[in-house]
Write a protein that binds this ligand. Structure first.
Ligand code: SAH
Length: 346
């Protein structure tokens, strides 16, 4: 069976070409054809000899994603529903920032982490996405942006799915988009977000990637975190923070702690104090996120959010309040996909 050509990092192509007796540099040439020239037909890769093009053609095919729907928000955020080869629908979000354009990537169809507040967790994982399916989310959107002279400058791996539950494919994907012969998205412009799969945080620490790590913390006691985030029953806060400290020692990269403010649940000043204590002595900053109401929970009101923020600042914690985007098109956390699936069922 032919392989999706976007599934391979340059290193994987090198290994493959060496195994068939072709020189390694072919991998670089192929990468440039795919990601710089955006060629989607081996016969157009005229810097390769015909025999080599034939080998490529027999081995690989050009995968694609079908555009099922595009929604544009008043603030310019765009949300795409893409169809995979087996009919699964995923979503990808493109956001505008003063510093560029960022794309939020889906890593799994559904998710098994089961966090109570998250719409994605309401649908069980169907399967992992391949590296190609993640690369294509960026590539398709970058192709559209190219038409107006723009490009994808940032990638956040925060869409549906738990990236560290699909570790190898996510790493292969990161290598391809980060590659200077690939999509050339700077490592510091790539953020991967995890709910805290501790062994994978250690593995990630060893890879020498300069990408940003974000940790979905959201709760400050084991009791509460275990109630809302099942992963905490497996890896509690002490173990988790030990892994985060290890990551920092290894990489010297500052960690982002994500904290959704849920009304009456984790938004008191006692919570803020516990959070300050957890973060103490760590090179981390806290990203406060307004909750996107998807189910039984309510977001904290503006005044409470402000008080929480001010408290952390007073305690010397680096804190940012995340601006919300695409609210009018449900551009957050699996809502659109859920809606679509409900429609399909009806
Ligand atoms: N599984 C990964 C990445 C996907 S979720 C993780 O847990 O980090 C990306 C972020 O969005 C996480 O911090 C998640 O907790 C948060 N999130 C989930 N549902 C949300 C909602 N309705 N509103 C705001 N943030 C939400």
């Amino acid at each position: 069976m032919k392989k999706n050509v976007y599934d391979y990092s340059r290193k994987s192509f090198e290994e493959y070409f060496l195994s068939i007796g072709s020189p390694k540099f072919r991998a670089t040439q192929l990468f440039e054809a795919l990601y710089k020239q955006r060629i989607r037909d081996f016969s157009e890769m005229t810097n390769f000899k015909k025999e080599f093009r034939d080998i490529l053609d027999e081995t690989f095919y050009f995968g694609d994603l079908g555009i099922i729907k595009e929604q544009i928000s008043a603030d310019g955020t765009r949300k795409y529903l893409f169809g995979l080869e087996d009919g699964i629908i995923i979503e990808t979000v493109l956001m505008n920032h003063s510093y560029g354009r960022s794309v939020c990537i889906t890593t799994q169809a559904g998710c098994n982490m089961g966090c109570l507040f998250c719409a994605s967790g309401q649908t069980k994982k169907i399967r992992n996405l391949t590296a190609a399916e993640m690369v294509l989310q960026v590539l398709k959107i970058d192709n559209m942006l190219r038409e107006t002279g723009e490009r994808v400058s940032h990638v956040v791996i925060m869409g549906i799915g738990e990236p560290f539950d699909n570790f190898e494919n996510v790493i292969e994907f990161i290598r391809t988009i980060n590659d200077d012969k690939g999509l050339e998205i700077g490592a510091r412009h790539i953020t991967v977000s995890t709910c805290g799969i501790v062994p994978k945080i250690y593995e990630f620490s060893e890879l020498g990637l300069q990408v940003n790590l974000a940790l979905s913390l959201h709760f400050t006691t084991d009791e509460q975190r275990s109630e809302y985030m099942r992963i905490n029953r497996r890896y509690g806060l002490e173990e988790l923070f030990k892994a985060l400290r290890y990551y920092y020692e290894k990489t010297n990269r500052r960690i982002t702690l994500e904290y959704i403010l849920l009304a009456g649940i984790n938004d008191s000043l006692e919570d803020a104090e516990r959070l300050a204590q957890l973060v103490q002595g760590m090179n981390a900053y806290v990203n406060l996120i307004p909750y996107n109401e998807t189910g039984d929970f309510k977001r904290s009101d503006e005044k409470t959010r402000r008080a929480f923020f001010d408290y952390l600042m007073k305690r010397g914690v680096n804190t940012i309040m995340r601006k919300e985007q695409g609210h009018d098109i449900d551009a957050a956390c699996g809502q659109l996909r859920l809606k679509e699936m409900r429609c399909k069922r009806d």
